[in-house]
Design a protein around this ligand. Structure first.
Ligand SMILES: Nc1ncnc2c1ncn2[C@@H]1O[C@H](COP(=O)(O)OP(=O)(O)OP(=O)(O)O)[C@@H](O)[C@H]1O
Ligand SMILES: [Mg+2]
Length: 901
């Protein structure tokens, strides 16, 4: 804890020696002597002296306006006003508390009003010269007092005070609480407390806290990297060249907002002319409206126009919305232009991305800017960082996360003005090497791109925020106390009304704070540019061998062990793994049994007890390499599906996804047997070849019919618009993995209607996983994160019982659970799903509950899908018609049915 930096000293007030006053006695002299701070003056002073946060964060003191008036009030794109919210700073008048807010664990004394104060404290001592040890928040609730430090921790409690005495508490009042001497600095509104603002740097407090000083210190000069005030002569020269690079008045020009007066005062000290920053018309021509909005957002963040002194941003648009193009536009603009005298804002940019996307960045730069405008250097085996260092030609370095770690020493010595971290959700863990490596780079302008945000886990969310704007949310421990704990508590079913309210207020506040530099748009914004999407969930009847093996597995000693909950290790994971393999194909299980036999040292373990007697179920001469299609329900459906696509749509292509390399081997063998040309990308594909494979498949000259993809290993961020049919052969525990895979084909540039088939084996564990994905329970488990696997999921014995049950007689257990009146016997067409916006459970609560089409469905939404049993006659869909013999049930949903192609 910091010493002797208490607010009273920071404000330049004479140091007041705290007087010890017993709880039963007040000190009237102090109360009367002290002049009260004029709330108006306090706020304007604080607003001027401190960061944007403390005042902007208050919903009362900013308003959402189309664009700031005056300097920055520009119309963008001539006639097309940006929908981008900008924030006005208003003065606000402190209003006396009206409502009652209770902190957790406190009980309200009947009829009493809970009051809050900022105080300074020190340990009780008889020393003459005491120093305040820190700032704190005092909560007066009935006859009880609670003292919390600025990290939200309780540091003192006291009870048995007299009401009358407590009523008199006001600025200057000193007293003892839980062995600490305190001096009251001022009152806090209940709103400031419930929002948590009083714990933020200077927020809600009439006193300027030490933390706010720290925040002021880290105020940085967003333009310092390139713009340097030059000599008089140079300045005059540059004045003459102060013209916008592109004509801001040309029709359809796309002009960035001008910096407001405050910004100019801070960053244009030499008063060079302010010129328009205009997006290159070459790019502007192609930009979608949401991309224009995103570019303004990124520009404002990078310029420190949204949060003073902070130059970080998170662009968390859903997959396929063109985050790459938005960044390319940003880089190209900042590299050539700037508002003050036209001086460019940045020189060098570092883009860090998963290995499989390094070349995708090069391709996108080339696609949007050609090869003449900007020189991109991509690091790979043959092109080392040294080359980039030696050549002055390149302004952008694209490197994989892995390569960055290897070349960190060299990269640290370079100066980058802008850092972009693609698929940046991997930085959610601040302890991992990649995060620490990137944090060690001096660059202040940082952008995280992610289509898979992690708002469901607040600590991970904190890590991302803290990466782009270090320290903006305080320390992790204070964040946990002030935001995470109350928010999590408020989401628990047992939460009291007060706890719920407090959690919601804190969540709202967090959204307000981070919303300034966090942007997420959903798929809907580009739906109108996309062709129709026909999504099918196909329930495939298991084969006879599969059923027999499945029953045998369920009766094994290992499964019984799990259900007794008697084992301390996690044998259920082995059981689940075996069942999933069996669903894909029995030959995979056969291979595992054989492997176990070979490696077994004779000791009995869970795996051998699981496989006991299984081998006898296979024919004596069973050869896994000579597997047949009819042994697996899904494989039978798959082969028929491929055949009908090939026949009915000979020019269209298929992306076939599995999460397992061994399964991909089987699917590859199927391709060979049927003579389908294929290409494959999995974890073993060298990074240097990946883009080539993707480009080859997307090319109209490609002869490949099938793209075999291991989604976990390399699917993230890929554009596979060459394919218009996507088959998910197996299901993952984590809905995000499947959503990632499904998003590869239905994206900008797709010319054909897209067909998605998700294959599930009827009545088996696959259906259970699907239900878990779509049920509320699955969602509140916060699994919207690619890294989470079944190992991270805790199962109760009840859940395991359910997982380890085979429903042989059901057409579709999922439909049975829907409580649907059609009983699966007829073609039951529900309303279009588009009427039912899908929202995702999120710890940040209602404020982030925008419709999110790419999030997993809920059960009730699934009910709205068209659904029918496989026995149904006259299926209208020719693809489904051909496979229905092996299918017990279908769900189907069509999005964008009427989009003209
Ligand atoms: N304005 C546009 N017009 C046409 N095509 C576009 C436009 N913007 C982006 N695209 C194309 O859309 C595809 C998807 O873009 P991009 O890869 O940037 O998506 P993303 O937001 O990064 O998605 P992911 O989260 O999956 O990585 C790319 O092929 C890109 O070239
Ligand atoms: Mg991307």
């Amino acid at each position: 804890m910091r010493r002797s930096a208490a607010p009273s000293q920071l404000q330049g007030k004479p140091f007041k020696k705290p007087k010890f006053i017993p709880p039963t006695r007040s000190n009237p002299s102090l109360n009367e002597e002290n002049t009260k701070l004029d709330p108006d003056i306090q706020l304007s002073e604080v607003a001027a002296a401190n960061t944007f946060l403390q005042s902007q964060a208050d919903p009362k003191i900013y308003s959402l306006n189309p664009l700031p008036a005056e300097d920055s009030g520009r119309e963008m794109n001539h006639g097309e006003t940006s929908a981008m919210p900008a924030f006005h700073l208003h003065r606000t008048v402190y209003s006396p508390p009206e409502d009652i807010t209770v902190s957790r664990g406190q009980e309200v004394e009947p009829g009493s009003v809970v009051r809050y104060f900022t105080v300074v404290w020190c340990k009780a001592s008889k020393k003459k010269h005491k120093k305040w040890e820190g700032d704190a928040v005092l909560i007066v609730n009935g006859k009880s007092l609670t003292l919390k430090d600025l990290e939200g921790k309780d540091i003192g409690k006291g009870t048995g005070y007299k009401f009358k005495e407590l009523e008199k508490i006001e600025e200057g009042h000193t007293m003892m609480v839980g062995g600490k001497e305190i001096e009251v600095m001022g009152a806090i509104s209940p709103d400031d407390f419930s929002s948590g603002r009083c714990f933020q740097p200077g927020g809600g407090s009439p006193a300027v806290s030490s933390a706010s000083q720290a925040a002021t210190k880290c105020f940085s000069y967003p333009l310092k990297s390139v713009y340097k005030p030059s000599s008089k002569e140079n300045r005059q020269n540059s004045f003459q060249n102060c013209k916008p690079r592109h004509d801001p008045c040309a029709p359809n020009s796309f002009v960035m907002p001008r910096p407001d007066r405050n910004h100019q005062r801070m960053f244009n000290k030499h008063c060079v002319p302010v010129v328009d920053v205009v997006i290159d018309p070459h790019l502007a021509h192609y930009l979608r409206p949401h991309q224009k909005e995103g570019i303004v957002f990124l520009y404002e963040c990078m310029m420190g126009m949204r949060v003073n002194g902070r130059c970080g941003a998170i662009l968390a648009d859903e997959m396929g919305l063109g985050k790459t193009l938005q960044c390319i536009s940003l880089i190209w603009t900042l590299q050539c232009q700037g508002p003050y005298g036209g001086k460019p804002i940045i020189k060098k940019t570092l883009i860090v991305t998963p290995g499989s996307l390094v070349n995708n960045w090069r391709r996108e730069f080339q696609k949007w800017l050609g090869s003449e405008r900007i020189k991109i250097f991509t690091v790979d085996q043959d092109h080392k960082v040294e080359e980039f260092i030696k050549s002055p030609l390149y302004s952008v370095l694209v490197i994989s996360y892995e390569m960055l770690l290897r070349s960190l020493d060299q990269i640290k010595n370079l100066r980058f003005d802008l850092l972009i971290c693609d698929e940046g959700h991997r930085l959610k863990n601040s302890a991992i090497k990649t995060t620490t490596a990137l944090l060690s780079l001096a660059c202040e302008k940082r952008v995280i791109l992610t289509g898979t945000p992690v708002q469901n886990d607040l600590q991970e969310f904190f890590a991302l925020i803290d990466f782009v704007n270090p320290g903006i949310l305080g320390s992790l421990s204070s964040f946990r106390k002030i935001y995470e704990e109350p928010i999590i508590i408020s989401r628990q079913p047992s939460a009291s009304k007060e706890e719920k309210e407090l959690g919601e207020r804190r969540a709202a506040e967090l959204v307000c704070l981070t919303g300034l530099f966090f942007l997420r748009r959903t798929q809907e914004v580009i739906n109108k540019y996309l062709p129709p999407k026909i999504e099918n969930v196909v329930f495939c009847r298991p084969g006879a061998l599969q059923l027999e093996l499945y029953q045998k597995l369920l009766n094994s000693q290992a499964v019984r062990f799990c259900l007794q909950g008697s084992s301390e290790s996690s044998p259920h994971l082995i059981c689940i793994g075996a069942l999933k393999k069996l669903c894909n194909h029995p030959c995979l299980l056969f291979s595992s049994i054989k492997e176990k036999e070979c490696s077994s040292t004779g000791d009995e373990n869970e795996e051998s007890s699981l496989y006991e007697g299984l081998i006898n179920v296979f024919p004596a001469d069973y050869n896994p390499l000579a597997f047949t299609e009819k042994e697996s329900g899904k494989l039978q459906v798959l082969t028929k599906l491929l055949a009908v696509i090939h026949e009915l749509r000979p020019t269209e292509r298929v992306v076939l996804v599995s999460n397992y390399t061994q399964t991909l081997n089987i699917l590859q063998e199927v391709c060979k047997r049927h003579g389908y040309a294929y290409t494959r990308l999995d974890g073993q594909t060298p990074v240097s070849q990946r883009q080539q494979i993707v480009d080859g498949f997307n090319s109209k000259y490609s002869s490949d019919f099938i793209f075999l993809l291991s989604s976990k290993a390399g699917g993230v961020g890929l554009n596979l618009i060459g394919g218009s049919h996507l088959i998910l052969y197996d299901i993952d525990w984590n809905p995000a993995t499947d959503i990632q895979a499904m998003s590869r084909v239905w994206r900008d540039g797709q010319k054909h209607p897209v067909h998605i088939y998700r294959l599930l084996t009827t009545g088996t564990i696959e259906e259970k996983i699907y239900q878990r994905q779509i049920s509320k329970q699955g969602l509140s488990g916060a699994v919207v994160d690619l890294a989470k696997t079944s190992e991270h999921i805790q199962f109760s014995v009840e859940e395991l019982k359910d997982l380890f049950t085979l429903h042989e007689s059901s057409h579709c257990v999922t439909h049975d659970l829907l409580d649907c009146e059609c009983a699966g016997e007829r073609d039951h067409a529900g309303d279009s799903l588009e009427k039912f916006p899908v929202s995702r459970n999120c710890q940040l609560g209602p404020y982030h509950k925008k419709p999110d089409s790419r999030k997993p469905l809920s059960m009730s939404q699934l009910k709205q899908w068209k659904h029918f049993s496989g026995d149904q006659l006259n299926l209208k869909d020719p693809f489904l018609e051909r496979i229905r013999e092996n299918v017990s049930f279908f769900f189907q949903n069509i999005t964008n049915q009427n989009t003209a192609l």
